[in-house]
Design a protein around this ligand. Sequence first.
Ligand code: SAH
Length: 248
Amino acid sequence: MSGSVVVAGLGPGRETLVTPEVEAALAEATDVVGYIPYVARVAPRAGLVLHPSDNRVELDRSRHALEMAATGRKVVVVSSGDPGVFAMASAVFEALEAGPVAWRALEIRVLPGITAMLAAAAAAGAPLGHDFCAINLSDNLKPWALIEKRLRLAAEADFAMAFYNPRSKSRPEGFARTLEVLNETCRDARPVLFARAVSTPEQSLRIVPLPECTPEMADMRTMVIVGNSATRVIEGPAGLWLYTPRSA
Ligand code: SAH
């Protein structure tokens, strides 16, 4: 079999944040598979077939990629940010594990990308400069009770926290509950970053003390970063810097 599956991260949005190795993989691909808006970021060219698909069909998409690779195609599966962070890389391995044994002989590579959390943190300063955790607030693939347990324990352990998928139209109440849990557990006015559409022309950054945060401040294009108890703000020429000291 000479086909391959490359699972690639396209970064948070800006062209210059796509890594050279991802660009090289796309230049050699015969097929690109992924969620519609991510496939739309790949320039069409002769000899390249684009296979955009809807959200929430990650396993079908992964099987399709592996099937095509088994016939000799060079398939790139695209994710935004990093493909291993709440994205396609795990779905591809899930499909591989459940699929025909012949797929195990395929060449598979995962190419990292700049995840939204790191792009958002960098845009605001250094809020993740000490111990931190990342939590996906979507309860599509896990029960809400588990999210709430992790939130509470992370806040108790004084981790800074980065939230992916904070709030969608189909799940408006989850982020409101998140803010309640954080206020109950943290009991202070630590700064919270709402970083929307980071590294795109629509980028906006907002820093709000925890008790003043409201659910409407986040949507599905927002990364929310909650500081730890030592996180602080400094005034800069174009707004506030947010940073977490390197000591506990
Ligand atoms: N694999 C992606 C994350 C997919 S989950 C990555 O590594 O970045 C999708 C969530 O990521 C969104 O709901 C949002 O919370 C966050 N996100 C992705 N791109 C973003 C951007 N440019 N700015 C802010 N948040 C972003």
